[in-house]
Design a protein around this ligand. Structure first.
Ligand code: HEM
Length: 497
């Protein structure tokens, strides 16, 4: 018998040489540290391990893959700034093929490559410029108006509790949809899209097959569920595209809507505008993938942050009153004036409230990157293809940085000019570096304006005599920070917004 010694992987060698960060003891055969992560919300379990035993850089073996988790701001800066270029790949998880349009066809789940750069550039220039965001301000304001009306109507004039997250999702779906193609989702048969997105968020997570490929048969039922959800959203995107193509046939180019969908379709490989450079043409999959990215990434994250914001304000009535007073003083008490982006400089406390919500409840608490080659981080060596998770949740609650880190206290930002868009590594809810969230400015505008108008329009009460002290503030497992219990609250009309 000839025994062949299996060649050790770079990560195994690094482990062996003590160059890989230590992980929790008791790694399982085959599964490695996967069972540890099943013990609760992974970002919370890992934050606890970092704080109480392992320190801020945790090494994990997840089945056949090696991963590290970064739990403090100094290391986050090393990953997202010093070594950003070598850490700008995203991993290819299996759900990307079932829920999305596949790996390397859009922005979110793509390696760091020229096609990703092109799609990001199109978004940056055509969707997220200051000019574009300003031009579309009226549309966002209309959707906030609709939200206030809808809350009033569904709470029977402020007498019954409503599940707020559902209303926020619908508002954001319509906002994103109108920014993309100048129509609401209902216009393309997608009124149920917000519910599909919510279901998807529960399904979107790495599965056992990502880490132990020979066990991927166990993922089949989940894969089927994900595919079903994908088909639903694909149908809506197809309708959006076919409606526009019809319009393009019957309408002169200069009379077509000048929106993002038109920008994408004018670059479609088999039907393009002659002025477009051939390298910048897009495949059908890239067009659909990008639409899905913007709709999906923009809706659920922002809606979650709004739900947490109202929950924290109800739980902290002193902060709510302070915010209410600030808005009344700035806008005039008893007026019907609607708060817009232009009013935000007059509302400094509102800005602190939003920062505090994003510190405690980052919508994407554990975002993934992948090393493209070996990188030295701290005193360790991360081999190529190591999964790197940045634990923004742990960083936002790091007691070495934040005093009384678990408390909701917007005043902690008094006199501090801390940016949330990737410049200050103590607070990076939108990530940082080359792959920082491109929608951060849009999300912040929506968060500030919506929150201000909801506080101006309503007094917020909990149903059934529930006390604000007893509110459940726990999260459910998933890749986003969804509340374990959906927030039910009664919006009692104060003034018409
Ligand atoms: C509160 C709201 C939001 C939060 C907390 C959030 C957070 C994040 C985070 C943490 C990342 C990963 C960043 C990194 O790897 O460094 C990300 C990526 C992304 N976000 Fe957001 N996001 C929000 C809203 C939005 C909106 C409104 C849009 C678009 C309309 C959007 C589109 C994207 C896209 C396309 C990416 C992928 C970027 C890439 O991989 O190059 N997000 N977001």
């Amino acid at each position: 018998l000839v025994f062949k010694r299996r060649k050790k992987s770079a990560a195994q060698r690094a482990h062996h040489d003590g160059l890989f960060p230590p992980g929790p003891p008791g790694s399982w055969p085959v599964l490695g540290h996967l069972p540890f992560l099943a013990a609760g919300c992974p970002h919370q379990v890992l934050a606890h391990l970092a704080r109480h035993s392992l320190g801020p850089l945790i090494g994990l073996r997840l089945g056949s893959k090696h991963a590290v988790v970064v739990c403090n701001s100094d290391l986050a800066k090393e990953i997202l700034h010093t070594h950003d270029k070598l850490l700008s790949n995203r991993p290819h998880f299996l759900f990307v093929d079932s829920v999305f349009y596949g790996y390397n066809v859009s922005i979110m789940f793509t390696s760091y490559n020229p096609r990703w750069a092109l799609l990001r550039k199109l978004c940056a220039l055509e969707l997220f410029t200051t000019k574009r965001l300003q031009a579309l301000q009226h549309l966002r304001n209309e959707e906030v108006h609709c939200l206030v009306e809808s809350l009033l109507q569904h709470s029977c004039g402020g007498t019954q509790a409503v599940e707020l997250g559902q209303f926020f999702s619908v508002m954001l779906c319509n906002t994103m949809s109108r920014m993309l193609h100048s129509k609401t989702l209902a216009d393309v048969g997608g009124q149920g899209f917000s519910a599909v997105l919510k279901e998807q968020e529960r399904e979107i997570a790495p599965t056992i097959g990502d880490f132990v490929p020979w066990l991927s048969f166990l993922d089949l039922p989940r894969k089927r569920a994900m595919k079903r959800l994908h088909d639903h959203s694909d149908k809506i995107i197809e309708t959006m595209l076919s409606q526009r193509r019809q319009l393009m046939k019957s309408t002169p180019a200069d009379e077509l809507p000048q929106d993002f969908l038109q920008v994408l379709l004018s670059r479609e490989a088999n039907n393009y505008d002659q002025s477009v450079d051939e390298d910048e043409l897009l495949t059908f999959k890239e067009i659909k993938g990008t639409i899905y990215d913007v709709l999906g990434a923009g809706t659920h994250t922002t809606s979650l942050a709004l739900e947490w914001a109202i929950a924290e304000l109800i739980r902290n009535p002193v902060c709510l009153q302070k915010l209410c007073n600030e808005i009344d003083t700035a806008m005039g008490q008893g007026t019907d004036q609607f708060v817009t982006d232009d009013d935000l400089p007059k509302l400094p406390y509102l800005e602190k409230v939003v920062k505090e919500v994003l510190r405690l409840h980052p919508s994407a608490p554990l975002f993934p990157r992948l090393t493209s080659e070996a990188v030295k981080v701290d005193k360790y060596l991360l081999p190529a293809n190591t999964l790197v998770f940045v634990n923004v949740w742990a960083i936002g609650r790091d007691p070495a940085v934040w005093q009384n880190a678990e408390e909701f206290c917007p005043e902690r930002f008094d006199g501090k000019d801390i940016d949330v868009k990737g410049q200050h590594y103590d607070l990076i809810p939108f990530g940082s570096g080359r792959r920082v969230c491109p929608g951060a400015r849009l999300a912040l505008s929506v968060l500030h304006v919506t929150l201000a108008n909801l506080v101006k329009a309503f007094d917020w009460e909990l149903p059934d005599g529930q006390s604000h002290m007893d509110m459940d503030m726990s999260e459910q497992r998933g890749i986003t920070s969804m509340r374990a219990t959906p927030l039910l609250a009664i919006p009692k009309l104060r003034l018409r917004a």
